[in-house]
Design a protein around this ligand. Structure first.
Ligand SMILES: [Zn+2]
Length: 207
């Protein structure tokens, strides 16, 4: 396991805003979100390890840091980019969801366009933070008054490990800023999310 690097809080905040922006822009307002559908909307081909040939899997086992998943960007002749998002589907459903959410950060922030070796430990830690912000946005946790990590698992499809970590982080935030404190950009996010939800509901009624 790599050593944790010190990242300024402002970078974590920027990543949280990025995750919220993705949810709004693509209209993913119902939780747990369908993170696989979101990845596809972002131009990703989802490739489970189980679909690979024996030979491809052997190559994979030699690739560093590929236990959970990784993304390869391909630039097509017309300049558009396709992302091959490989993930280890022998993991639990919640671990697969988390990995896909982590890889989405590498796609939306342009990390995936760097060549493999260029991803830094900072990129990886921020992608982990992004995954939690995307799957379980703190403004929702706070506004719904969720305070049990089992609720984090139930409502957001987080694994026990991810839920535990995110619960600790959120409780720390609550004791610093107050149980129901929301920042202005988070209030705005919730407002826009409600608008998305209304649109989705109206669409379902029409269908
Ligand atoms: Zn990564």
């Amino acid at each position: 396991m790599a050593m944790a690097v010190e990242i300024p809080g402002s970078e974590y905040d920027a990543v949280a805003k990025l995750a919220q922006g993705v949810l709004i822009d693509y209209g993913f307002s119902m939780f747990p979100i369908d993170v696989f559908a979101l990845a596809r909307r972002l131009g990703a081909n989802l490739i489970p390890y189980s679909s690979l040939s024996e030979e491809q899997r052997k190559k994979l086992s030699e690739k560093p840091a590929a236990e959970k998943g990784f993304t390869v960007a391909r630039v097509r002749s017309d300049g558009s980019v396709v992302y091959d998002l490989y993930y280890n589907d022998s993991m639990t459903e919640s671990a697969c969801r988390y990995t896909v959410a982590h890889e989405i950060k590498h796609i939306v922030s342009g990390d995936a366009l760097k060549s493999d070796g260029e991803l830094t430990e900072t990129d990886e830690q921020l992608a982990d933070h992004f995954a939690k912000c995307l799957l379980a946005p703190q403004p929702i946790i706070i506004t719904c008054g969720l305070c049990d990590l089992r609720e984090y698992m139930k409502y957001f499809g987080l694994s026990y490990t991810a839920a535990t970590y995110w619960w600790q982080t959120t409780e720390k935030r609550k004791s610093k800023y107050g149980d129901y404190c929301l920042f202005d950009h988070e209030k705005e996010f919730l407002k826009r999310l409600r608008q998305c939800t209304n649109i989705t509901r109206a669409g379902q009624k029409r269908a």
